[in-house]
Design a protein around this ligand. Structure first.
Ligand SMILES: [Zn+2]
Length: 300
């Protein structure tokens, strides 16, 4: 087995005579890292983990070092809003407004109530592809379960018929918080231009009748094997496998720029009144301390 299969990775390929693009991602480790950074509750772990996985899947369309995709959910549910940002190299980061949201398991199926935590709202997708203006698209949330919302966005806003499946499996453990991520991952199948209309229905049916992705990953399958199984008989061909992970790109220099951008008057006030500033990165909780002398230097 390749070393890559022991870590999180993205697999890309094609199927159905090249009429469909396939992207899969195993994201257990990066979701666990998210849990440890943000102390997410089980339901917040599922919600944010799914969004991070969605951002990882979408990142396969990025090419340049500075390209990025931001998935943001603005919603009225108790989780208060979520954001995930990915780049062209499989790095992803994110946070949610209320990581400690606690809801009972859903009565109908005994699962974590992600849609209950999210509520009603919109999904905004921003793609920074190095052009003058970033690409921006917004759709109303269809279910708040995130996978359906993402496929609805792809179909209605980008006109790409897509099937998306995302999953995060949270299990009890002896970790201090009492639980851990056992498996996480997902896949996205998209029709290429010229594909027969009937293909998306066939793919949707196959996905609907397929085992949950986390169940297969938890049983030891790689995400490549999950895609092979799902697309059996449809000529699935792997093109690329690359690692992915939870990595923040913050630095003291970036935080300094953010401080400078608030303006001279504001910065002077902070120097005069607070004699320094501390900025915490939302994505990774790293603290950056700026002394009064640092602020005075920026003001010059
Ligand atoms: Zn950071």
């Amino acid at each position: 087995m390749k070393d890559l299969y022991n870590q999180d990775y993205i697999v890309t390929g094609i199927c159905a005579d090249g009429y469909a693009r396939v992207i899969g991602a195993s994201t257990r480790n990066l979701t666990q890292k998210m849990l440890e950074i943000h102390n997410t509750s089980p339901v917040a772990s599922a919600a944010l983990g799914r969004l991070l996985t969605g951002a990882v899947l979408m990142s396969s369309q990025l090419k340049n070092d500075t390209d990025s995709i931001t998935l943001q959910i603005k919603c009225n549910g108790p989780i208060g809003g979520l954001i995930a940002v990915s780049d062209a190299h499989g790095n992803v980061r994110g946070y949610c407004q209320n990581p400690h949201v606690d809801l009972p398991l859903r009565e109908s199926d005994g699962k974590l109530d992600v849609s209950g935590a999210v509520g009603v709202g919109v999904l905004n997708v921003m793609k920074d592809l190095g052009l003058k203006e970033p690409y921006n698209g917004t759709v109303e949330l269809l279910t708040g379960e995130i996978a359906e919302d993402l496929s609805y966005y792809l179909i209605s806003s980008e006109q790409v018929p897509s099937v998306v499946a995302l999953g995060v499996l949270v299990i009890p453990s002896d970790a201090p918080c009492g639980y851990e991520i056992a498996a996480a991952g997902g896949y996205m199948i998209q029709l290429m231009p010229g594909a027969p209309e009937s293909l998306i229905d066939a793919l949707e049916q196959r996905v609907a009748g397929f085992l949950p992705v986390t169940m297969m990953l938890n049983a030891g399958a790689t995400i490549t094997e999950v895609c092979e199984d799902l697309l059996r008989g449809l000529d699935f061909q792997v093109q690329q496998e690359i690692p992915c992970g939870y990595n923040c790109n913050c630095s003291k220099e970036r935080m300094e720029k953010a401080l400078v951008s608030i303006g001279k008057a504001e910065l002077t006030a902070i120097a005069d009144e607070d004699h320094g500033a501390e900025i915490v990165c939302h994505f990774c909780n790293t603290r950056y301390r700026f002394e009064e002398a640092d602020l005075r230097k920026m003001l010059e």
